[in-house]
Design a protein around this ligand. Structure first.
Ligand SMILES: Nc1ncnc2c1ncn2[C@@H]1O[C@H](COP(=O)(O)OP(=O)(O)O)[C@@H](O)[C@H]1O
Ligand SMILES: [Mg+2]
Length: 1067
């Protein structure tokens, strides 16, 4: 901040002034103003001087510079206060409020707009649509409210003629989720009449000058404001027509954005037009006394037509309401009473005012309806926090001051009272409560940081001098800084003017001005303003802040019987009692309410719900305007007091609204009545921050090893002491009974920075712990899942095994040995196990079956198994069901004629070749490569394959060692064709002879016997099944196939074109 705020710009905080005097204060204010520094702090209070010119202080760049900064890091600015309020709300989840005060034209409304802009700019980084909508409405609402609630006055060209308090609701993330506007006491008398140099509300001029010709025609209006009584006064003061036009467009656009429907906007325009027409209606007393209208008539009846049309009400009723009123005359009777011209004008004015007021309130309600936080559930979303922004009319003094000024100034008294309570009184009381005084410890140590705790001494001393410190304030302040010696200095009791007594004067029950006024209003009979004044005089004769001409006859500035004067905290104001009673009573004839309630325009009707009541219904007297205002002020003050306040004190530099001119006298007055000097004094005697020890620890304990995560010291106070000592900050604080007082904001900033450095680490730690917790939780859950799975699997396995056991109980029963048992489907995990079991079972079952086979059958069985392996499913019939006799040539049944011869031949061969067993023997029909077909015999021993000649005692024609036989080829049919392949030999093509039984199928037997033998020898035998068998004979390739011939008596071969065909007698 030092870089941007050099010494030539004065002190950025009045607290840093060398001396606290009005002269020094004004000098600093002026110096800064001249250097374009319109903002200056008093601690956390911001003093703002209206520059009356555009300064390059605002906008996105400036906002970025203040965002997230501490108050003291940057030059004083509205943004810094907005940021502080926002951060306080976010950090501590506390509601905060920003109270903007100052007189009319001091820049309050502008300040509030900058604050809103700041808040809108720094929130909702995630661009949530709902939040954007709320922000849009918040920003746009200002424009609409200004059109209807602001007017040009002598003091401010855009003066707010109503008080505004706006709450902005934030969610836990700090994004605005809604808002609410309270409006206070619209100065509705402005609708009728304005002071010289002033105007009516902007809306009227915007309508007249800004709307299209077409629309004006529809509203029966002409563009010239001078044509209407209500706008005539300010007609010459209007801004440029083009300005008015663009404002009108901006307002209409803003209304559209906010959510006003086109019909509603149309109604608003019609209501404004109706008010203008109403203002032009005048009455004349006529001679003839017609039955309905008495002797009164409207001069320009067409105006009545316009009003009726624009308000969507029947013309006759409008006229009747203007000229007469109905009164209940006891019971259900009503009578109509004609007005005099004066009464009629009064009623017309009351109606115009009320219609405008209701219109304004309706606009506010409508905006509130749109801004209301939607779909918020505190259990889900957390509690909303609120920032309130109060921009309320400043203190006002006019040449003639009436009831409105009285209310406005009363409001300012209330706010000053709140300020006193919060800033001045509370501060001092708290020091007292906490037992804090200050004393200098050493002149050299820290001249501005000399704080220690001391028992609060009843006697206060200032510079060692006895007497009331306050009386000597100026010197006391000076002495405090200049003469810091070794003497003890007590906390200077800052003297300030407590305006509680003025507030009392206004609002006290029974005797207060408002109470007396209410009394006068409720009394029947002609109580005049003058009698009201007399009552005031008697009640407040001795009040130091009240006077009147009666009580002070020499004061010629007041008129006898008309004026009274209140010495406000901000200065004396003389009020004229004229119209007080009337304005307080604020009566509007019931006829108008009923008329407008029965309008067919739904928007207008909605503004008059009280028009529903029947005239004969006895109604309670409505609360007076004064009482309503007082109640709303009490509620407002209560609301503000419950929030953490931030103050902006606005100062108007000159009365002429010119840039770069600071009228010293004018400002001095404002500085005085705003109590800024006292504020500085209290602040200098005070502390920037105070926090209860536990809260302080909670926030900063991570910055010190003794306090993190929890301290072991005797008390929180001691722990705080240790923490501060570690940081070397103990010199800048004081220890109260329950709170720590921190003198300078820099200390707080140091602590905050230390904290901010550590937060990411702590966040990491918490994240780590939490992630660990989550992971452990997940792990536990997974473990549980696996345990359950394990047990479930185990259960399934057991159940399966039990089922298997149950089913296979009968498996040992011969002869099937469990052949037909169905294996239950196993759990997946048991599939391999079950496959193994199944294989084992099959082997076991085979064993059981084989066990019972006699040894003599074993060779046959082995041969059959081998044949099955080679031929199953490849050949239709391989003679499995027969008993395989093998040596058919030795069998007397099979070879009755020559079995003996064969036996002899066998004997010879056995002796010669020494074979062990005969594997197979049979007669065959063969064909050779010369196509010669012959009957031969085939003998297969364990050594050789012999081809024998049956016709010559089975002489050996060819002997092939069996180990050269490499394979066999057979067909898939029933025929007995066999081709034997041997290494280095021609393939031998034969057809096994059938004999007994006919067509006995021996191919399978030959294949099985030979395959089993080869298996036993551990070599492979190739068995091919094909219906077209290739042959190789002396290098020539041939084919042999089978042809079925039913008429063929015996199987035989045929040869044609190098291809052999076995002609097979098919059955
Ligand atoms: N910060 C500012 N910068 C420039 N002009 C300002 C500033 N504050 C106020 N003004 C000028 O002063 C006028 C009155 O300010 P306004 O906020 O309406 O006063 P108040 O609400 O206190 O009556 C504004 O219309 C504007 O011209
Ligand atoms: Mg204003």
């Amino acid at each position: 901040m030092e870089d941007e705020e050099g010494p030539d710009c004065g002190k950025a905080d009045f607290v840093l002034l060398d001396q606290v005097t009005m002269e020094d204060f004004m000098e600093n204010l002026k110096l800064r103003f001249e250097k374009g520094r319109i903002y200056t702090y008093i601690g956390e209070v911001l003093v703002s001087v209206n520059p009356y010119q555009e300064l390059p202080l605002y906008g996105p760049e400036a906002i970025a510079r203040y965002q997230g900064r501490e108050l003291y890091e940057r030059p004083p600015h509205l943004y810094a206060v907005a940021n502080a309020a926002y951060r306080a709300m976010k950090r501590r989840s506390r509601d905060t409020c920003i109270v903007i005060s100052g007189e009319s034209g001091a820049g309050k409304t502008e300040a509030s707009k900058h604050i809103m802009q700041y808040i809108a700019a720094v929130t909702n980084p995630s661009q949530r649509a709902e939040v954007e909508r709320v922000k849009d409405v918040l920003l746009k609402s200002t424009c609409v409210l200004e059109a209807f609630g602001n007017a040009r006055t002598n003091r401010n060209h855009n003066s707010s003629r109503f008080g505004k308090y706006m709450d902005i609701n934030f969610d836990f993330k700090g994004d605005p989720v809604g808002g609410h506007i309270h409006s206070y006491l619209l100065e509705k008398s402005r609708v009728l009449k304005q002071h010289v140099g002033e105007r009516n509300f902007h809306a009227f001029y915007q309508l007249l000058r800004g709307s299209e010709d077409e629309m004006l025609r529809e509203l029966h209006l002409q563009r010239n404001p001078a044509l209407y009584n209500f706008t005539r006064q300010g007609a010459g003061l209007s801004a440029l027509e083009t300005d008015e036009k663009s404002h009108h467009q901006a307002v209409t656009e803003a209304m559209r954005v906010i959510g006003f429907s086109p019909e509603e906007v149309g109604s608003v325009h019609r209501i404004l037009a109706a008010i203008l027409h109403l203002g032009n209606i005048e009455f004349v007393e006529t001679e003839e006394d017609t039955l309905e209208q008495g002797s009164l008539a409207v001069t320009e009846e067409v105006l009545v037509d316009h009003v009726a049309e624009l308000t969507a009400t029947p013309r006759e009723l409008v006229l009747r309401c203007l000229l007469a009123r109905t009164v209940a005359s006891g019971g259900r009777e009503v009578i109509e009473k004609g007005h005099t011209a004066a009464e009629a004008s009064y009623a017309r004015d009351a109606c115009a005012k009320a219609v405008y007021q209701r219109l304004f309130e309706w606009v506010v309600d409508r905006i509130n309806g749109v801004m209301e936080p939607r779909g918020r559930d505190p259990r889900r979303d957390g509690k909303d926090t609120v920032i309130g922004v109060l921009d309320i009319y400043g203190f006002e003094v006019f040449p003639v001051n009436s009831f409105e000024q009285f209310c406005i100034n009363y409001c300012n008294e209330k706010l000053q009272q709140l300020f006193i309570q919060l800033i001045l009184k509370q501060e001092q009381e708290e020091y007292e409560r906490e037992g804090i005084t200050w004393q200098s410890v050493s002149a050299r140590a820290h001249p501005t940081r000399l704080w220690a705790v001391r028992e609060r001494a009843g006697k206060q001393t200032c510079g060692g001098r006895p007497g009331r410190a306050g009386a000597q304030q100026g010197r006391c302040g000076r002495g405090w800084l200049a003469g810091l010696g070794s003497c003890l200095l007590a906390l200077p009791q800052v003297e300030y003017f407590n305006n509680a007594t003025i507030v009392e004067l206004v609002e006290r029950p029974h005797r207060g001005i408002l109470a007396v006024l209410d009394e006068a209003c409720s009394t029947a009979g002609p109580i005049t303003d003058r009698i009201f004044l007399q009552t005031l005089d008697t009640h407040h004769r001795h009040h130091p802040h009240y006077t009147s001409r009666q009580l002070c006859p020499t004061d010629k500035t007041m008129e006898f019987g008309r004026d009274f004067r209140i010495k406000h905290y901000a200065g004396d104001v003389t009020y004229s009692v004229e119209g007080f009673i009337d304005k307080n009573r604020d009566s509007l004839f019931q006829d108008f309410k009923r008329l407008l309630y029965n309008s067919t325009d739904p928007t207008l009707k909605a503004m008059w719900p009280d028009g529903q009541q029947d005239i004969t219904e006895v109604t309670k007297r409505p609360l007076t305007a004064g009482t309503l205002f007082k109640n709303s002020m009490v509620a407002l003050v209560e609301n503000l007091a419950s929030k953490e306040p931030f103050y902006i004190r606005c100062i108007k530099p000159n009365e002429d609204k010119v840039a770069a001119r600071l009228d010293e006298g004018h400002c001095r007055h404002q500085v005085a009545y705003l109590g800024l000097l006292e504020n500085v004094r209290v602040r200098r005697a005070g502390f920037a921050s105070r926090q209860p020890y536990p809260r302080f620890l909670l926030r900063y304990k991570m910055t010190c090893e003794y306090t993190w995560p929890n301290h072991l010291l005797g008390s929180d106070k001691a722990a705080v002491g240790a923490l501060l000592e570690q940081h070397g900050l103990q010199g800048d604080v004081a220890f109260g009974h329950s709170k720590l007082f921190i003198r300078s904001p820099q200390t707080l900033v140091t602590l905050e920075q230390g904290r901010a450095r550590l937060i990411p680490i702590i966040v990491l730690l918490l994240q780590k712990a939490w992630r660990g917790t989550l992971a452990r939780r997940r792990c536990r859950r997974l473990r549980a899942i696996y345990t359950i799975m394990r047990w479930f699997r185990r259960h399934k396995v057991r159940a399966h095994l039990a089922e298997l056991q149950r089913q296979f109980q009968a498996a040992r029963q011969p002869p099937l040995y469990g052949r037909d048992l169905v294996w239950p489907p196993p759990p997946a995990v048991l599939q391999p196990f079950q496959d193994t079991c199944h294989a084992l079972f099959c082997r076991w079952r085979a064993r059981q079956l084989v066990k019972n086979i006699p040894p003599s059958d074993m060779a046959q069985i082995k041969a059959k198994v081998a044949a099955m392996g080679a031929l199953q499913e490849l050949r239709q019939d391989w003679g499995c069901r027969r008993a395989w006799a093998r040596d058919y040539l030795s069998s007397a049944t099979d070879n009755p004629t020559a079995s003996g011869l064969f036996a002899q031949r066998l004997k010879i061969l056995r002796e010669k070749d020494g074979f062990g067993t005969v594997l197979f023997s049979s007669h065959v029909r063969k064909v050779n490569r010369f196509n010669k077909r012959r009957d031969r015999a085939l003998l297969l021993t364990d050594r050789h394959l012999y081809k024998l000649e049956p016709a010559r005692q089975y002489r050996v024609m060819r002997a092939v060692p069996l180990d050269t036989v490499t394979g066999l080829s057979v067909t898939s049919g029933r025929d007995q064709l066999v081709v034997l392949h041997a290494r280095g030999q021609d393939d031998l093509v034969v057809c096994l002879h059938r004999s007994q039984p006919p067509l006995d199928n021996r191919v399978g037997e030959l294949v099985g016997v030979l395959a089993a033998h080869c298996q036993g020898e551990g070599r492979a035998l190739e068995v091919r099944v094909s219906d077209c068998i290739p042959l190789s004979q002396r290098g020539a390739r041939r084919l042999v196939s089978v042809e079925l011939r039913p008429e063929q008596p015996e199987p035989d071969f045929r040869c044609s074109r190098g291809t052999f065909t076995l002609l097979w007698p098919s059955s």
